[in-house]
Design a binder for this molecule. Structure first.
Ligand code: CP
Ligand code: NVA
Length: 315
C-alpha cells in the first residue's frame, strides 16, 4: 500500500521517536499526511493551538540551525513553549547522568524532550528513565526528523512514494542509515553509493534489507541510473575530524551535473539535509540549480515536526 491509499487514524503506537526502526510504514504515513495537512492549514493562516500549555525541552549537545529553528517555531505555532537547553550549560556538561536528567525533566511539568546528541544510547536512557516522550533531533546513528521532512518533500514532488528510486551518495552516516530504514519500509528502491571504507553500519544495512529493497554499492552508474531522488550529505559529520584520506575517497562520489544527468530522468530531484559544503559532496551548480529542492526540504522540517509534536504531545 502506498501513502496515497492510506487512511489516517490520528494516532501512533509509539510514545517516542528514537529511530524509525520502531515505526511501521503506516505510522510514517500517519506523520506525513498530518504534516501535509498542518502545512496547508498554516499556509492558509488557520491557527492551531493544540499544544497550548505544553512545553518541549530541547537539549543540544551539537550545533544546529534547522533543527532548533523548526522545533522552536513548531512549538510556538502550535501554542506551546519551546525551552532551549545547551547541554554544556546544564549539569549534563559536568557529567550528571542522563538517567538522573531524565527523571528531573519529567518532574518539572515538561511534556516532551527533543535531544540532539552523539550517542544513541543517551536517547534510549532518556526514554527509559523519564516518563515523557523523547524525540531524536540527530544522533551519530540516526536523523529521523530529517528523513520525515525529506519524504514529505519527495511526496510533494511526485505525489507518491512507493516504487520511487532514491539514491544516497557519499558517507555511510546517520543520514544514510535513516534513509535506508525509512525508505525500505515504504517500498522505495533505496541505493547507497559509497566507497566500501565508508559503508553504512552492516547491522543497519541488514535490518533495512529485511524491510525492503536496499542496495549498497561502490558503483556510481548502477546506483544513479533511473534514480528519482539523488541525495548526499557532508563528508565529515559533527564530532568527526577532517581526514584527507576520507576526503580523497569520497571526492569521486561528488554529485555534479554529470552525475545528475546519469539518472536519465530530467525530473530527478536533488536533496541535502544541509548544511552543505559546495565543491565537496555537491557542486554549486547542482545544489543551487533547478533540480534542487533543498530549501523546500529545510522548510518541511517545520511541518513534519509539527506533525510529530501533535501526535506525541497533544494527548
Ligand atoms: N539538517 C539539520 O539537521 O540541520 P541543522 O544541523 O542545522 O539542525
Ligand atoms: N551527517 C550530519 C548531518 C547534519 C544535519 C552530521 O551528523 O553532522
Amino acid at each position: 500500500m502506498d501513502i496515497t491509499s492510506y487512511k489516517p487514524i490520528g494516532k501512533l503506537n509509539n510514545k517516542h521517536l528514537l529511530t524509525l526502526k520502531d515505526y511501521t510504514k503506516e505510522e510514517i504515513y500517519e506523520i506525513l499526511l498530518l504534516a501535509e495537512k498542518v502545512k496547508k492549514e498554516y499556509k492558509n493562516g488557520i491557527k492551531n493551538n493544540a499544544l497550548a500549555g505544553k512545553t518541549l525541552a530541547m537539549i543540544f549537545s551539537k550545533n544546529s540551525t534547522r533543527t532548533r529553528l523548526s522545533f522552536e517555531m513548531g512549538m510556538l505555532q502550535l501554542g506551546g513553549y519551546p525551552m532551549f537547553l545547551n547541554a554544556n550549560d546544564m549539569q549534563l556538561g559536568r557529567n550528571e547522568p542522563i538517567s538522573d536528567t531524565a527523571k528531573i525533566i519529567s518532574r518539572m511539568g515538561i511534556d516532551g524532550i527533543m535531544i540532539r546528541t552523539y550517542d544513541q544510547n543517551d536517547l534510549e536512557l532518556l526514554a527509559e528513565h523519564g516518563s515523557i516522550p523523547v524525540i531524536n533531533g540527530l544522533t551519530d546513528l540516526y536523523h529521523p526528523c530529517q528523513i520525515l521532512a525529506d519524504l514529505l518533500t519527495v511526496y510533494e514532488r511526485f505525489g507518491r512514494l512507493k516504487g520511487l528510486k532514491l539514491t544516497y551518495i557519499g558517507d555511510g552516516n546517520n543520514m544514510a542509515h535513516s534513509y535506508m530504514i525509512a525508505c525500505a519500509k515504504l517500498g522505495m528502491d533505496v541505493n547507497i553509493v559509497c566507497p566500501s571504507e565508508y559503508s553504512p553500519l552492516s547491522s543497519i544495512v541488514e535490518y533495512s534489507k529485511s524491510q525492503g529493497s536496499v542496495t549498497v554499492t561502490e558503483n556510481l552508474d548502477k546506483g544513479v541510473t533511473g534514480a528519482d531522488v539523488l541525495c548526499t550529505d557532508v563528508f565529515f559529520s559533527m564530532g568527526q575530524a577532517k581526514d584527507p584520506k576520507k576526503e580523497a575517497l569520497l571526492m569521486p562520489y561528488q554529485i555534479n551535473d554529470a552525475v545528475m544527468k546519469k539518472t536519465g530522468k530530467p525530473e530527478t530531484i536533488f536533496l541535502h539535509c544541509l548544511p552543505a559544503h559546495r565543491g565537496e559532496e555537491v557542486t554549486a551548480s547542482v545544489i543551487d540549480g533547478p533540480q534542487s529542492f533543498v530549501f523546500d526540504e529545510a522548510e518541511n522540517r517545520l511541518h513534519a515536526q509539527k506533525a510529530v509534536l501533535l501526535l506525541l504531545l497533544a494527548t
